[in-house]
Design a protein around this ligand. Structure first.
Ligand code: TRP
Length: 337
């Protein structure tokens, strides 16, 4: 029944605190989609992926808690979706090994993230492998297992992840060719309609640029962060260009059409930057205040979050377990009698 629906799956690496860019670009659309009963959706915390980049246990733990609480606080319906930690589904690393044995090494050599790390070493005249762990090299295979363990049809991701989806398809195809039709070939879904939010310095909002605004800052701190958004030196009363303004761009991501038109007019009429930033903080607060209160509650009650994740892991294991049994039988490791 439900297994006939289109399966939509995506993972979130558990490093860092969710910020406005994550919310607008990924979390908000995913939660909206999760309400539809037309899809069978899977959302998970990619905590094994986090270990590749982060060797700080407290940071990994804290980030996973924050991300889980964020998704739940924003209204993710855990009855209508499967929400789990990757590490609670041992079938995923098991499948990873089987896939590792069909994935071509040459394919992994071509992964952008790995190549970038090698290139950075070469530029600094280091050994090309300096600081590169096998996790980084095999990253695309673990990601393929995340997806193929559920035979997901569609995978919403950012543009930077499209190559990983191609690799997942390649690995799935190779397995199917060797052992018979087992895996669905997944497709990346890159949504060009959602805004890629700009950060404090006007570049894309991203943890790696250190220019983010955390999603659930209390109002005063939110105002402080918003005040740091870079603007030009135009005085109050001087008309300002909305289309090159980060303040306006973030406004637009939270505003209705009327509110956007209204702010456009304020810009034309020379609204002061300080005032525009005040309005922006109030608008964001309108959308997020309730979820922020819920987030605070959930962060203070990890037991509740754990129960949700455990429920998700159970559902996920049941599904992945069935497929893994098929896979193992296909490769010649059937269950013992
Ligand atoms: N690599 C993804 C990222 O950094 C996170 C991720 C891990 C993922 N496994 C996945 C995304 C499976 C989609 C499907 O954004």
């Amino acid at each position: 029944m439900s297994s006939e629906k289109l399966r939509v799956l995506t993972g979130i690496t558990t490093t860092g605190t969710p910020h406005l860019g994550n919310y607008v670009g990924a979390i908000r659309p995913a939660i909206a989609a999760s309400k539809s009963t037309d899809f069978d959706s899977f959302f998970f915390l990619a905590d094994y992926h986090a270990l590749i980049k982060c060797h700080e246990p407290e940071q990994v733990r804290q980030s996973a808690r924050e991300i889980a609480a964020t998704w739940l606080a924003l209204g993710l319906d855990t009855n209508n979706t499967t929400f789990y930690r990757q590490s609670d589904v041992p079938e995923i690393p098991e499948l990873t090994w089987v896939l590792t044995c069909v994935a071509a090494k040459g394919l992994m050599n071509r992964a952008h993230a790995y190549k970038a790390a090698v290139q950075a070493n070469e530029e600094e005249q280091q050994d090309p492998d300096f600081g590169i762990n096998m996790g980084l090299f095999s990253y695309p295979i673990l990601m393929a297992a995340d997806i193929l363990a559920f035979n997901a049809h569609r995978v919403p991701v950012g543009r930077d992840q499209v190559q990983h989806l191609e690799m997942a398809r390649d690995i799935a195809q190779r397995f199917n060719h060797l052992y018979g039709d087992t895996f669905t070939l997944p497709e990346a879904q890159v949504d060009d309609n959602v805004a890629v939010l700009k950060g404090l310095d006007g570049r894309k909002m991203s943890k790696s640029y250190g220019n983010t605004i955390p999603l659930f800052l209390p109002p005063k701190k939110m105002q402080k962060a918003i005040n740091k958004i870079k603007t030009n030196l135009l005085e109050p009363g001087e008309p300002k260009d909305p289309d090159t303004s980060t303040v306006f761009q973030i406004w637009q991501a939270f505003a209705s059409e009327e509110q956007t038109a209204w702010m456009r007019k304020q810009f034309a009429e020379g609204i002061a930057w300080g005032q525009a930033k005040k309005e922006l903080c109030a608008l964001i607060n309108d959308e997020l205040a309730e979820a922020r209160d819920e987030y605070e509650r959930l962060m203070a009650d990890p037991g509740f979050v754990d129960v949700q994740l455990r429920k998700g892991a159970e559902k996920a294991r049941e599904r992945a377990g069935r497929l893994l049994a098929k896979v193992k039988t296909a490769v010649g490791i059937p269950p013992l009698a």
